[in-house]
Ligand binder design. Structure first.
Ligand code: NAD
Length: 278
């Protein structure tokens, strides 16, 4: 039977560490504070923002919501970010994506001070990640690595296959695995012969947004599978990108829900404390 790597439990442990970090900073007179910017009323974004704020409250981080009208101009949003960048009492700045069409996400993400960029999306942080020189690491990829560390002691030389090449998951996960000296293959929708590529892997990270993409016979016995996917199936249930019921022979796998998802939020809080220490 594959070991189930319970992200929900591991995320609670990480939250406890973060809570201790927040308390230590409070003793030094620093009240850790996260600015959360939501433009418009996209229902999924409203839920994500609420979850992040609830999690912040659990660890003692003050979250300050800036809810802007859907018609807000890019200039007004950039002006708010400038003010928050300059405010020493704000340690982290998060802009909930997606943004309305009149606002260019890349300009907005690039306007956040890199040291307050708790999502790790600023080009400076992307550059730091690619050169292995610290910085704030995107939350979902960081969560994936923390889950992998629970079941793998030595990453060196392991073959890792990443399915999906998005800027928020696939590419940064690949860089983190490379940093640990895995031999990394990044695949995507146009990759040819994906099943055979996956069959060679000791580690599979799938972030494609495609339910049951990774089948049991693609995964070699003993391999570790991190399923980042969040999809709603025909019965309305949340499912991942792997056919979890076919993975008994895997070494370990993350469940959906209860795997990578809770780690993402826990890593956001961890990054906020890192930013405050900075
Ligand atoms: P995206 O749409 O930006 O990128 C998907 C990537 O997967 C693309 O590179 C695409 O080429 C590749 N892909 C799609 N179908 C494929 C296929 N059939 N074969 C091979 N490659 C394929 O998505 P994203 O933002 O990276 O998110 C991916 C999934 O992860 C989604 O289900 C999303 O909801 C989920 N997600 C979960 C968390 C979390 O916290 N657990 C965070 C972010 C994203």
């Amino acid at each position: 039977m594959a070991q189930i790597v319970r992200g929900d439990i591991i995320a609670r442990e990480l939250e406890a560490e973060t809570r201790a970090g927040v308390a230590a900073l409070a003793q030094g007179g620093i009240a850790v504070s996260l600015a959360v910017i939501l433009v418009g009323h996209d229902p999924a974004s409203v839920i994500y923002v609420r979850r992040k704020q609830q999690a912040a409250a659990r660890v003692g981080i003050r979250s300050v919501e800036h809810r802007l009208d859907a018609a807000t101009s890019e200039a007004d949003l950039l002006a708010l970010i400038d003010r928050l960048n300059a405010d020493p009492a704000t340690h982290g700045i998060l802009v909930q994506l997606p943004l309305p069409p009149q606002i260019a996400s890349d300009r907005v993400l690039g306007a956040i001070a890199p040291d307050k960029d708790v999502d790790g999306f600023h080009p400076v942080n992307v550059g730091r990640l690619s050169t292995g020189t610290g910085g704030l690491i995107p939350c979902t990829p960081l969560g994936c690595m923390m889950l992998l560390e629970r079941v793998i002691d030595d990453f060196r030389g392991l073959k890792a296959v990443v399915i999906g090449k998005s800027n928020i998951v696939g590419k940064p996960v690949a860089l983190l695995l490379l940093e640990r000296e895995c031999t990394v293959t990044v695949t995507h929708i146009h990759t040819r012969g994906l099943p055979d590529i996956v069959r060679s892997a000791d580690i599979v990270v799938v972030a494609a947004g495609s339910p049951r993409l990774v089948r049991g016979d693609w995964v070699k016995p003993g391999a570790v599978l991190i399923d980042v996917g969040i999809n709603r199936n025909a019965d309305g249930r949340i499912v991942g990108d792997a056919a979890a019921d076919e993975m008994d022979h895997a070494g370990a796998l993350t469940p959906v829900p209860g795997g990578v998802g809770p780690m993402t939020i826990a890593c956001l809080l961890r990054n906020t404390v890192q930013a405050a220490r900075h």
